[in-house]
Design a protein around this ligand. Structure first.
Ligand SMILES: Cc1cc2nc3c(=O)[nH]c(=O)nc-3n(C[C@H](O)[C@H](O)[C@H](O)COP(=O)(O)OP(=O)(O)OC[C@H]3O[C@@H](n4cnc5c(N)ncnc54)[C@H](O)[C@@H]3O)c2cc1C
Ligand code: SF4
Ligand code: SF4
Length: 951
């Protein structure tokens, strides 16, 4: 059957989505793994019966079928040729909770965090806790037998599955739960043979299966153990768990849940020697901890080097560290268990030399922060060698942990690389990601040698090649090394369940002897086409960004465009993957990526810059997308609309001469309709009214020192919106506040920073603006002058983009530039306002953290200052995009996405009792006001508060 007929046939079998275009296939060709395999197409079904029809149809055609959740599988199990069935898109409801059995029924596309959020209302949770739990799906967890730090107490996903509804390889939909095989009424020949042949296979190989029973945490091979209960009932659900979609497709699951503990307590223990940490694990386990996490000296050194906030809490001489958590169960309280831990591990046995404990939840979070600091610190390190996941999940028996870690460190150094070692010490599950450059053939060979050596070590010590991540493609060759003759039984299981071999072929069972090097994402590629975006993307700095994305999928939690659409194509990793495909020649320009598809891809990044601060590798997706937009302009010049929206500075200059007239025109029905028809600017968009140029009203007087330690000279950069579109007079407020903390404030008449042009891809004009601004500002720089802006977009442009655009020329300005709120905070650090509330009554406010402010200054110090002000109650911090994103939300074609992004923020705000929303970005305030909320600028709040202070 040709591709087009296949696509049409699948379209008739689903009400969901069928994607057969080259761009979608490229996007689904990768996941959080090292491999890249292009599928024939993707289907996102909406219901279990559709899954059954699709599987029956594809199986009859002999076309491989691979289920996929969030694509966070690291071993290559979620990529394949054939058809991908995407469950994360539509089949994702939490269906019902049965209070009698405390079980919950869920669809496979449900995200773990979403499930736990729903269970929280019942004071319960689903215990398996992969670190990807904020974005991975239950279907993926079941298929991988996922676990996490708390596996030592709660085991893995397999231990929490009550029953499964699955679709078998011929399309039969059936429920898997404990049954007597002879009592099953099979619906198909396949189901009949499964219930006939599997019990026989288990019986004939009982001894062999028992001999290879894993004594440690394990997700490798087929999980053949404990499938028959003492009453002789066979349960095939635990066999499907961990089978990576190779035996059946899960369409529903009934899961057990656990009551939330009333209390928890956490401790950090520091050791002079790694051996002592290993010995301590054995001492701690009898206390029944909920988690024991280990971190080695290299990890500690890196955290000390890169995180000044955490440095003080990590003793310099520590060679290893354990994080231990207890919860309130059994006879001892968590606090008593901490005392016992201290007594045994520190006082009596003198294993640890230092001990820090926390019972208060916030203090406990601080201790866990040390462990969670791993990803951003480790992945943001520069250089061609990147942390590479291929031996990232081995298990060493806990009692041999110290011996195992020492041997691993030797193997790494013998092979000329290094890797911090951390993991779940309680069950000996270690996460090791050596630094390698997979573009270098020597390092590719080194990867195989390391895999051979480390997997052999784990097996020799009685451990496992994978504790929770699964075999996939990566570890399939090592399944034989771990299970020897049991491999033949595994093959039989696969044959019985999937005689035609259509379910996710090539996973768990493969013929290679060593780690597969074919289909590597960073391997060899065809010659790239000569096409402007391709040429541009091949610039080394952009190439490096494209390679930095390791596909982890965390962007599923923060990219506003993805969160609004739920489409895989809108994920940062997908956008980067598509551009990488172009740059590497896997997608050949016009042939695979017609103009419409390229434009849609480029429009899906609104340059919110959340990737900068929230992606663990700090991948600058927006920068690559802007560069690609710029290259696109070679073949398609900027539209009149985009040129106008990029030049609001010039338009505003003219309009501010006669603002009333311009506003009448702009706000009139006719004006709105015309702008929508001619320029495709939404008629219902919240357009900012023009005002007189505020700069004409503000002539800074000499600073009035107000008892705060005065800072030096500050140059306030007034953005276009606050100068000519701000009835709230942000500029006047900024001046008022700054004059209280500075010796001198200057507000020169400076041009637009160029961000609107840059976001549209018009780099040439952005560069012009940047050069003009740098020249105009230069005379003011030096002598410690700080440049601040209350518009986070402008400040980010000066600080982050200028050095990229202008090199050294932009560096000095970037160094001097910051967020006005952070700047004021440093003055307030010496004396906080302590007055009463300006209005004399307690107000409930919500804090909105704009995207560009998050990218500029992380959590933002100012919000902490504001939140400490008297007379105010804070209903929470809302770290979400508002949907405006420069001029993105004004454009007709983005109406739906912009509204969806805004709706999500509005819903979160509606759930609070906040009377007003405080947001630092003037554009966000406009948009949030359009969503129906009262808005306030933080500067107004601060100015109000100060006016209430006794002078
Ligand atoms: C940063 C990071 C941290 C991680 N931390 C952990 C951790 O602490 N513990 C851990 O266990 N894992 C961890 N993982 C691995 C992975 O996230 C988990 O195993 C997760 O459960 C996979 O879920 P997913 O939805 O992404 O599945 P996917 O990657 O989409 O799929 C995984 C497998 O499940 C199969 N599958 C998906 N849906 C179905 C279905 N409906 N029916 C049948 N088969 C299906 C796929 O075919 C594939 O074989 C981590 C991964 C990353 C990137
Ligand atoms: S963009 Fe960042 S968060 Fe997203 S997959 Fe890549 S590395 Fe992970
Ligand atoms: S910069 Fe923002 S919109 Fe663009 S990919 Fe990253 S998170 Fe998404």
């Amino acid at each position: 059957m040709d591709r087009s007929s296949l696509c049409q046939s699948l379209g008739r079998l689903t009400t969901g989505e069928v994607l057969f275009d080259d761009l979608s296939c490229e996007i689904y060709s990768t996941a959080a793994c090292l491999y890249r395999i292009r599928p024939l197409g993707i289907v996102a079904p909406r219901a279990a019966e559709e899954v059954s029809w699709i599987v029956a149809f594809l199986a009859a055609e002999g076309i491989p079928i691979t289920a996929r959740g969030a694509g966070t599988g690291v071993a290559g199990q979620s990529v394949n040729s054939g058809i991908i069935l995407d469950f994360a898109r539509f089949i994702k409801r939490v269906r019902d909770f049965d209070p009698e059995t405390a079980t919950v029924e869920v669809e496979p596309g449900v995200i773990l965090a979403q499930l736990n959020q729903e269970l929280l209302r019942l004071r319960r949770f689903f215990p398996p806790d992969p670190s990807s739990g904020d974005y991975c799906t239950i279907g993926g967890m079941i298929a991988n037998n996922a676990g996490g730090p708390h596996s030592i107490r709660f085991g893995q996903t397999r231990d929490w599955v009550e029953s499964l509804e699955v679709v078998l390889a011929d399309g039969t939909r059936t429920e898997l739960r404990p049954v007597r095989p002879e009592e099953v009424s099979p619906q198909s020949r396949l189901e009949a043979s499964i219930y006939r042949e599997i019990p026989a296979l288990l019986r004939h190989n009982r001894e062999l299966i028992e001999r290879y029973r894993p004594r440690v945490k394990n997700s490798s091979g087929y999980l053949l153990w404990d499938l028959v209960d003492p009453e002789g009932r066979l349960n095939l659900a635990p066999l499907v768990v961990g089978s990576e979609g190779t035996l059946a497709i899960v369409t529903k699951a009934r899961l057990r849940t656990q009551a939330l503990p009333e209390q928890r307590a956490t401790a950090l223990l520091f050791f002079d020697e790694l051996d002592q940490a290993g010995a301590a694990v054995a001492v701690i386990r009898p206390l029944k901890p909920w988690a024991i996490e280990i971190m080695d000296r290299r990890f500690i050194r890196l955290v000390r080097e890169h995180d000044s906030a955490l440095r003080a809490s990590l003793p310099e001489k520590a060679q290893a560290m354990l994080l231990v958590e207890f919860a309130g169960e059994g006879e001892m309280s968590p606090a008593e268990k901490l005392r016992e831990l201290n007594r045994v591990a520190v006082i009596e046995q003198r294993l640890a030399f230092a001990f820090r404990e926390a019972v208060d939840p916030l203090e406990q979070e601080k201790l866990w922060a040390v462990r969670k600091a791993a990803s951003p610190i480790l992945y943001r390190r520069m250089g061609p060698r990147r942390l590479t996941r291929f031996i990232e999940d081995i298990v060493i028996p806990p009692e041999r942990l110290a011996e195992g870690i020492a041997a691993i460190q030797k193997i790494l150094s013998d092979h000329g690389t290094e890797a911090p070692i951390l993991g779940h010490a309680g069950d000996g599950n270690l996460h090791i990601n050596p630094e390698l450059d997979l573009l270098d053939p020597n390092d590719r060979a080194r990867m195989q040698d390391l895999a051979d050596a480390i997997y052999d070590l784990a097996i020799r010590l009685g451990g496992s090649i994978t504790g929770e991540h699964g075999d996939g493609i990566l570890r399939a060759p090592y399944v034989k090394r771990q299970f020897g003759p049991l491999l033949e039984v595994f093959k039989e299981v696969k044959r019985i369940f999937d005689p035609a071999g259509v379910l996710n072929p090539g996973k768990i069972l493969r013929d290679e002897e060593r780690l597969p090097l074919s289909n590597l994402r960073l391997g060899s590629h065809p010659q790239p086409a000569d096409y402007p975006p391709v040429r541009r993307l091949q610039e080394p700095s952009l190439q490096s960004i494209l390679l930095d994305c390791h596909g982890c999928g965390l962007c599923r939690t923060y990219c506003p465009v993805f969160l609004a659409s739920g489409r895989e194509a809108d994920l940062p990793r997908s956008k980067l993957g598509a551009l990488r495909g172009l740059a590497q020649g896997d997608l050949s320009g016009q042939e695979h990526l017609p103009a419409g598809a390229l434009d849609a891809l480029l429009a899906a990044c609104i340059s919110c810059e959340r990737c900068l601060c929230q992606c663990p590798t700090g991948v600058d997706t927006s920068r690559v997308m802007m560069a690609a937009k710029q290259a696109r302009l070679f073949s398609q010049p900027l539209s009149l609309r985009d040129r106008l929206l990029g030049n609001l500075d010039q338009i505003g200059r003219g309009a501010s001469l006669a603002p009333a007239l311009c506003n009448r025109l702009l706000q009139s029905r006719r004006g709105r309709v015309a702008s929508e028809r001619i320029l495709a600017v939404r008629r219902d968009a919240a357009l900012p009214p023009f005002t007189r140029d505020r700069l004409q009203d503000e002539t800074p007087a000499p600073g009035q020192i107000s008892g705060l330690a005065p800072l030096g000279r500050v140059l306030y950069y007034a953005g276009c919106l606050e100068r000519r579109h701000d009835p709230g007079d942000e500029l006047g407020l900024a001046l008022q506040v700054l004059q209280r903390v500075c010796r001198e404030v200057v507000i020169p008449d400076l041009p637009c920073c160029g961000l609107p042009q840059l976001m549209a891809g018009d780099q040439a004009h952005a560069l012009d603006h940047a050069r003009t601004l740098v020249q105009a500002i230069r005379p003011w720089l030096g002598g410690g002058t700080a440049v601040v802006s209350s518009c986070p977009g402008c400040a980010l442009m000066l600080r982050h983009h200028y050095p990229i655009l202008l090199g050294e020329e932009g560096e000095a300005l970037a160094q001097a530039t910051g967020d006005v709120f952070d700047y004021v905070e440093s003055a307030l650090a010496t004396r906080r306002p302590e007055g009463r509330a300006a209005s004399g009554r307690v107000r409930v406010l919500a804090w909105h953290r704009p995207c560009h402010q998050a990218a500029l200054s992380g959590e933002g110090k100012m919000e902490k200052v504001l939140q400490a002000l008297p007379g105010l109650t804070w209903a929470g911090t809302f770290n979400q995009c508002c949907g405006l994103a420069g001029s993105f939300g004004l454009k007709s074609e983005h109406r739906a996405v912009s509204a969806a992004i805004g709706r999500s923020l509005a819903q979160a705000l509606w759930e609070t009792d906040a009377e007003a929303v405080v947001s630092a970005c003037p554009g966000c305030r406009l948009q949030i006001a359009g969503l129906g909320f009262q808005v306030l600028s933080p500067l107004r709040l601060l100015a109000e508060q100060w006016s209430a202070l006794p002078e």
